[in-house]
Write a protein that binds this ligand. Structure first.
Ligand code: GRF
Length: 205
């Protein structure tokens, strides 16, 4: 059965857009079934409609708890027989409720070379720290924020005249490549987890 993907967004949705483009070009090993947002004003929702995708908005403030919010989302995911989830700029911490419903089937993209600079404003933190190389990470989602086993990382140089904007833009270009690569790795599922490490089958002798 073809994998069915749900993409979660909260804002602009450019990583979602990269996945939609990849799907359009026949480069995605699954079908993007639904787009989920916690933010009714997320500009990415318009992009999703443009691509003819079904969208669902779950404003988190309408729910009494994180668990209730996620349970409502899970009902929709199950209705659409979703098999995999991509968090693409989804600005909510997700809990055991959702992770337990999709164990090792959820990935997240983060704009730093983890474990450096987890959390918000990662690019600004990298700039202020003075690193010479920055980048992005796509990892499996576990209960600890920005801490799951790593599937894909991409690097970019940091220049002396960089601003948060210029560095973020350079990283974002790589995010759009990394998210497609990592989603395909997730969908293929030809790996196992050893400690923190993702071991791909073709490397096994
Ligand atoms: C990206 O930098 C992503 O790494 C971070 O939030 C940003 C979302 O951008 N988690 P977009 O909504 O995909 O354009």
């Amino acid at each position: 059965m073809e994998p069915k993907i749900a993409i979660f967004i909260s804002g602009r949705g450019s990583n979602m857009n990269a996945l939609l483009d990849a799907e359009g070009q026949g480069k995605l090993k699954g079908r993007i079934e639904v787009i989920i947002s916690n933010n009714p004003k997320a500009p990415g929702l318009n992009v999703a409609h443009y691509y003819g995708k079904k969208t669902y908005v779950f404003p988190h403030e309408n729910y009494g708890s994180r668990e209730d919010h996620e349970k409502a989302i899970i009902r929709v995911l199950k209705k659409h027989e979703i098999t995999h989830i991509v968090l693409a700029g989804y600005m909510r911490i997700i809990s055991e409720t959702l992770i337990g419903a999709y164990p090792r089937k959820i990935i997240n993209i983060h704009p730093s070379l983890l474990p450096s600079f987890p959390g918000l404003h990662a690019q600004q933190k990298a700039l202020e720290y003075g690193v010479r190389v920055a980048g992005c990470t796509v990892h499996l989602v576990t209960k600890d924020v920005d801490a799951g086993p790593i599937l894909v990382q991409k690097t970019v140089p940091v220049y002396s005249n960089d601003t948060e904007e210029s560095l973020s833009a350079r990283i974002l270009e790589q995010e759009h490549i990394a998210i497609v690569e990592a989603t395909n790795l997730l969908l293929e599922g030809k790996f196992r987890i050893k400690g923190r490490r993702v071991i791909f089958d073709e490397n096994e002798k």
